[in-house]
Design a protein around this ligand. Structure first.
Ligand code: URA
Length: 227
């Protein structure tokens, strides 16, 4: 990737982040401390998409920096990827909360919030143009694959994601952290299989860009002697 292209993507992402920061389409836009747009390599081959920022992310303005984020870092490291090598973001950029006895608690984003934020996510996917998307957890998977998606039955396969990018779904690291007893090993095994599939997809040889039909015709023309 040329330095110019990297700089172009960085510029586009920071413009888009500023637009997301100014957005107040949802009530959570007024409640959050920071808009958590996303971060990582603008030329990443892997884009990781979670659900929405939690408390730590809201405090720091960065995605996946709490406990679930630390586990995500270890999951990426297990397939040879540093956090800085991928692009990490969420289906919604503001922290969805619900009132709790000790202050606001995290909740899953609702469909309207996801729909309001979708243009920002689509724009990120367009700018970064990853080779593979990894959706973490059911809300992120449903935002791409429809509300009938059932993570326990349907994770671990390749789907055609936005812009025809191969999409894998695995369990959210926060879900993995909530597992206890005998379930832990089974869940870890499934996640490991999903991560290995992502690694294998990233390792597939990149097919050369297809020649434009004009070029092919020109070459055929000269092969047959008509200049
Ligand atoms: N969970 C998410 O889905 N996203 C974050 O950024 C943090 C926790």
């Amino acid at each position: 990737m040329s330095l110019e292209e990297r700089a172009r993507r960085e510029r586009l992402l920071s413009q888009a982040a500023a637009a997301a920061d100014a957005c107040r389409k949802c009530a959570i836009g007024y409640e959050r401390r920071h808009n958590v747009y996303g971060e990582g390599d603008p030329c990443a081959r892997l884009m990781v998409i979670g659900e929405g920022p939690g408390e730590t992310e809201d405090e720091q303005g960065r995605p996946f920096v709490g406990r679930a984020g630390q586990l995500l870092d270890r999951m990426l490291a297990a397939i040879g990827l540093g956090r800085e090598e991928v692009y990490i973001c969420n289906t919604v950029k503001c922290r969805p909360t619900v009132a709790g006895p000790y202050g606001p608690r995290n909740r899953a984003p609702d469909p309207e919030e996801m729909a309001n934020c979708r243009p920002f996510l689509d724009q990120q996917i367009e700018i970064v143009a990853p080779t593979v998307i990894l959706a973490l957890g059911s809300p992120a998977a449903k935002s791409f694959l429809g509300r009938d998606f059932q993570i326990t039955k349907m994770r671990g396969r390749w789907y055609i994601g936005p812009r025809e990018i191969p999409l894998m779904v695995t369990f959210h690291p926060a879900y993995i952290l909530r597992q206890t007893g005998g379930e832990i090993e089974g869940v870890k095994r499934m996640v490991w299989a999903d991560l290995r599939a992502v690694r294998a997809k990233l390792d597939e040889p990149v097919s050369p860009p297809s020649e434009s039909s004009e070029l092919v015709e020109a070459r055929q023309g000269s092969l047959f002697g008509d200049e």
